[in-house]
Design a protein around this ligand. Structure first.
Ligand code: ADP
Length: 283
């Protein structure tokens, strides 16, 4: 049940609302009011403390830096043990012919903008998992210390991983400096799988539900390829605007290791086996 107090706190005269399905951890709604539609997400304020204000800051950072639609944040707040994020509603439509080229080029231009460190202004979330964002000047150190090792440790603590898996993870981290080409940090969407974009009524992509940080740009590319991949035009346009370093395809398992660890924590199952297979090569 959507609380009347939260609706009131949103500050819009809501005439009706409908549940929206699709997210994993949040309740989501379409609100109707003031002759417009709004998107509202709600979850437990204690369990996921600060999640939506961090998401709001991530959305705003993306909106300022990418030539794609990013839903405007209207308000976030917290009351009676729940937190909420109120956003602009995005209607969907079929894609225009050059939608994928536009999407790929826009992501490349985002990645091309200089950032000064790997990390972010604060820790945030990827899904419901806390994402450590301590600022670092070296990608290989950031990826090991803030992405791989904390999650492997969680999985060891949860009894999903063995001590040997931790040893394999440490061996992987020691190789990171050789595995990744040195590149400047780039502002990333951070969770750019196919469930986190939609095609707006303009016929072009909107991106949402980010887990932003400044990282190696191949992290976003790896995420686009994790569950099916985007259309080939996307990668062609990306490469034209900001060519990926040689052998980026061979590095996909290394960039995908992080989201696969996140999925291992959240869902277990096959994800755990895939992670072990990737890390096992470094034992
Ligand atoms: P969660 O954080 O729970 O994963 P999402 O932000 O991914 O939630 O949103 C869940 C679903 O709601 C998405 O898959 C998408 O279909 C839809 N959605 C997300 N943002 C908007 C928006 N601004 N306007 C309309 N629909 C949206």
């Amino acid at each position: 049940m959507l609380s009347q107090d939260i609706l009131q706190d949103c500050g819009i005269a809501v005439t009706r609302h409908e549940a929206v399905h699709g997210g994993d951890i949040n309740k989501a709604y379409c609100l109707y009011g003031n002759g417009q539609k709004y998107f509202l997400k709600i979850n437990n304020a204690e369990r996921y403390s600060g999640m939506f204000e961090k998401e709001a800051r991530g959305l705003q950072a993306l909106a300022q830096n990418i030539h794609l639609t990013v839903p405007a944040v209207i308000k976030f707040g917290s009351l009676q043990g729940e937190q909420y994020l109120l956003m602009e509603w995005i209607d969907t439509s079929p894609a225009k012919k050059d939608c994928w080229q536009n999407f790929g080029a826009a992501l490349a231009l985002l990645h091309k903008k200089p950032a000064t460190y790997f990390g972010w202004i604060e820790d945030n979330f990827i899904g419901s998992v806390v994402q450590c964002n301590h600022q670092q000047t070296e990608w290989h150190l950031f990826y090991g210390e803030c992405r791989i090792l904390p999650l492997v440790k969680h999985l060891v603590d949860a009894g999903v991983f063995s001590k040997n898996d931790m040893i394999a993870a440490e061996a992987f981290c020691k190789r990171l400096e050789q595995l990744f080409p040195v590149e400047p940090p780039a502002l990333l969407h951070g969770d750019l799988w196919s469930g986190n974009y939609m095609i707006t009524t303009s016929g072009y992509a909107a991106i949402f539900d980010p887990a932003v940080y400044c990282g190696h740009r191949e992290m976003d590319i790896g995420m686009t390829k994790l569950f099916g991949g985007f259309a080939p035009y996307f990668y062609n346009a990306y490469n034209e605007a900001y060519p990926l370093e040689k052998d980026w395809q061979q590095r996909l398992p290394y960039t995908q290791l992080y989201p696969l660890l996140v999925h291992s924590l959240l869902f277990g199952g096959n994800y755990v086996a895939t992670v072990k297979e990737i890390m096992g090569q470094f034992h």
